[in-house]
Every structure is written in structure tokens, then in C-alpha cells.
Design a protein around this ligand. Structure first.
Ligand SMILES: NC(=O)c1ccc[n+]([C@@H]2O[C@H](COP(=O)([O-])OP(=O)(O)OC[C@H]3O[C@@H](n4cnc5c(N)ncnc54)[C@H](O)[C@@H]3O)[C@@H](O)[C@H]2O)c1
Length: 361
């Protein structure tokens, strides 16, 4: 099988490629990346050593895409994945739409021409921010949590399902992904190629190019080790916001099963995330760092980390996905516990003390 992985030198793309090559023989992988993410260029040589054809190119460039050899499957992992994209200093709103939406259309046109399968790595950020903020989360000692037994349309204490509201506002980032989802489903229906929409929760692991606005587990652990300033912001600055956490290699079994399935009828939209069993608040992450890295960071007391003066746009108190649909259809569940993900990041931080400088930008 011939696979085009866009953004394949990024964190998720490169980890998925490594796991794909471990799981299945005979794959030919073409990687296209424009290396706009600082640190992604570090994956060129390792992926070439695994036999991948790695090419510099931009998925916004139609002529470049049309020059590529025919592929059986496009796995789209190229995006600006920051929830602040389009409103921060790093990118304009037009850049974001070009990069995350119009580029997806270019890939869908290729799938139409090639009769190839299309997989979108989508996001939990397609769910409605006001609806997420309206969930009855209560502040427990170290985290926000939903009362056991509470439930409503598309949610329970186990997380948010695929039926949860996607009404705006979602963030500009979330909207580019939601629009990409809809167009991908329409293209697949209209032109008869298989489309898979996989909504990932927070992805994390060693080698992620962590920044404060994206890759939070990596950013926090590397910063903790390097003694860099950290702070809790938003929702009373208590650090109680909860995120689930998944290693991208855990996506691979279901990605392969979907592509093997082809065009036969089945649900096309899926949550794939760590879920409630692999979720943590920032405050709990700090406690983990204190126990595993440096017990005695001077500012480790939550009072010192709190900065109530700052609210972050698009923040939500509790983001946990319910992956029951993936379990029922594909027998999928995460196989890497959050504890192992954190340990792997901490080991990487120990061996790469300058990592945050290398990936800054
Ligand atoms: N990391 C997460 O927590 C997370 C969660 C949910 C969904 N996702 C999705 O997974 C995908 C991958 O995210 P990631 O965390 O690996 O991000 P990343 O920034 O590490 O990787 C994205 C890669 O795409 C490349 N890229 C960006 N624009 C490009 C373009 N126009 N042409 C070619 N290459 C381009 C970048 O250089 C980078 O290597 C994204 O679509 C993102 O929305 C990520």
C-alpha cells in the first residue's frame, strides 16, 4: 500500500509512521512537510532511515501536489494545530484557513483523482465551547470533574461523545477542522472514496514540539525540568483544567482497520482519545513532576503558579472524549497509559535539556 502522509515530520505524523511501519510490512510511505513547525526538520533523517521518501513541499501548493505519484491513502496530519492560531502573533486568520482548510480541499481533490482513501486527524476542538463550558463540572481538590452519574445529550462523566454539540464558537482552529470534516465527508460521498474523520483529544509523547498553546504535557514537563516559569491561568487560575491524553502510536490499529474496511457502510466520524481513565489536570501534572523530576522547584506551590490576571481565549475547564463508538466498532482502546506517556516525556527531557529552545518559534 502506498501512503502519502502530509505533515509527516510533525509529532503525530512521524509517530504514526513509525507505528505503521512496525505493524505492517510492504508499506511505501511518501512524506510531505513544509517544516513550518520548528523541530519537524529533526524527523527527516530518522524517517528516511526507515525507508520513507521525505519531500519538502507545501500542501497549499496544488501544482506540487499534482506532481506527486499516485497513492492509495492520504493521511492528513499537516496543520497549524494551535488553538490560538489565527488570533495570535504567529499566524493570521487567512493563513490559518489556507493552511488548515483550503489545503485539505487540495488533498480531497487528489483523493478524487486517485480514488484514494482519506483520513483526517481532526480534533476535540470541533466541540462547542459554550456547551463544554456549560457542563456541570465542579472543582474537586485538584481538578474539575463531572458528578458521577450525570449525563446529557452527547456527554457523561465518561466524556463527550461524537453526538455532542458542534455549534460555534469552536475557536478559529476548531472551525477550520470542522469545515474540513464536512467537506471531506461530502467529497467522499460525492466521489465514492473512503473518508475517515478521527477526532483526537490531546496527543502527547516524547519528541513533541511542546509550546504553551500546543503540546501542553510536553511543554510542562520540559519546562519543569529546565526550571522555566510556569503558571496556571483561567478558571480561577487553580490549574484544575482537565485534558485527556493519548500517544499517537495508539491510533495506528484503528487507522489501518479503517483503510482496510474501504467504502462499506460504517460510522465515519470517531473520537479517539485517552478518555477519562487517561486524563489529568495541570495541578495534577505539577504534582507528578514534583514526584518524578524535581521535588523542590521553588515555585511548585500552586499559589506561586497561579496568575489570575490572565484568561486565555477558547479555554475550557474539562475536555475528555468518550471513545465508546471506537470500542464498539473497532474494538479500540488506548494501550499506552498516561503514566507511561509522562515517563517517556520526562526521559526525553532529561536527554534533551535544550529541547524547548530548539522547538521555540
Ligand atoms: N497534537 C495534538 O494534541 C492534536 C490533537 C488533535 C488533533 N491533532 C491534529 O493532528 C495533526 C498533527 O498535529 P501535530 O500535533 O502533529 O502538529 P505538528 O505541528 O507537530 O505537525 C504538523 C506538521 O505539519 C507540517 N505542516 C504544516 N502546514 C503544512 C503545509 N501547509 N504543508 C506541509 N506541511 C505542513 C508542519 O511542519 C508539521 O511538521 C493536525 O492536523 C492536528 O490538528 C493534534
Amino acid at each position: 500500500m502506498k501512503i502519502l502522509v502530509t505533515g509527516g515530520c510533525g509529532f503525530a505524523g512521524s509517530e504514526v509512521i513509525r507505528a505503521l511501519l512496525e505493524r505492517r510490512k510492504g508499506l511505501e510511505i511518501l512524506v510531505v512537510d513544509n517544516f513550518s513547525r520548528h523541530g519537524s526538520e529533526g524527523n527527516i533523517d530518522p524517517l528516511r532511515a526507515l525507508g520513507c521518501d521525505v519531500r519538502a513541499g507545501d500542501v497549499r501548493d496544488r501544482a506540487f501536489l499534482e506532481s506527486l505519484p499516485r497513492m492509495d491513502w492520504i493521511l492528513d496530519a499537516a496543520a497549524n494545530p494551535s488553538v490560538l492560531a489565527g488570533i495570535d502573533a504567529g499566524s493570521t486568520s487567512r493563513d490559518l484557513v489556507d493552511q488548515n482548510l483550503y489545503a485539505t480541499v487540495n488533498l480531497l481533490e487528489l483523493c478524487k483523482t486517485w480514488s484514494a482513501s482519506f483520513t483526517l486527524l481532526s480534533t476535540s476542538r470541533v466541540y462547542s465551547i459554550p456547551a463544554l463550558c456549560a457542563l456541570p463540572a465542579v472543582k474537586a481538590e485538584s481538578r474539575f470533574e463531572l458528578p458521577a452519574g450525570a449525563r446529557g445529550t452527547g456527554w457523561s462523566a465518561a466524556g463527550v461523545t461524537e453526538d455532542f454539540s458542534t455549534a460555534p464558537p469552536l475557536s478559529l482552529y476548531g472551525s477550520t477542522k470542522r469545515c474540513s470534516e464536512l467537506l471531506a465527508l461530502e467529497y467522499g460521498q460525492a466521489f465514492g472514496f473512503p473518508v475517515w474523520i478521527n477526532r483526537c483529544g490531546v496527543l502527547a509523547g516524547a519528541g513533541q514540539f511542546g509550546k504553551a498553546d500546543q503540546g501542553i504535557f510536553s511543554y510542562w514537563i520540559h519546562s519543569w525540568r529546565a526550571g522555566r516559569p510556569l503558571r496556571y491561568i483561567g478558571f480561577g487560575a487553580s490549574g484544575c483544567q482537565v485534558r485527556d491524553c493519548l500517544h499517537p502510536r495508539d491510533l495506528v490499529d484503528v487507522l489501518l482497520a479503517q483503510v482496510d474496511w474501504g467504502t462499506r457502510p460504517v460510522e465515519r466520524v470517531l473520537n479517539l482519545a485517552g478518555g477519562a481513565a487517561h486524563a489529568m489536570s495541570l495541578r495534577e501534572l505539577s504534582a507528578w513532576c514534583a514526584g518524578h523530576i524535581f521535588p523542590a522547584r521553588l515555585d511548585a506551590d500552586p499559589q506561586h503558579l497561579s496568575d489570575p490576571s490572565v484568561e486565555r481565549p477558547f479555554d475550557i475547564p474539562w475536555a475528555v472524549l468518550d471513545c465508546q463508538r471506537a470500542r464498539e466498532i473497532w474494538g479500540w482502546r488506548p494501550s499506552t497509559p498516561i503514566s507511561r506517556i509522562l515517563e517517556e516525556i520526562a526521559a526525553h527531557a532529561a536527554s534533551h535539556p535544550d529541547w524547548l529552545d530548539r522547538v521555540a518559534g
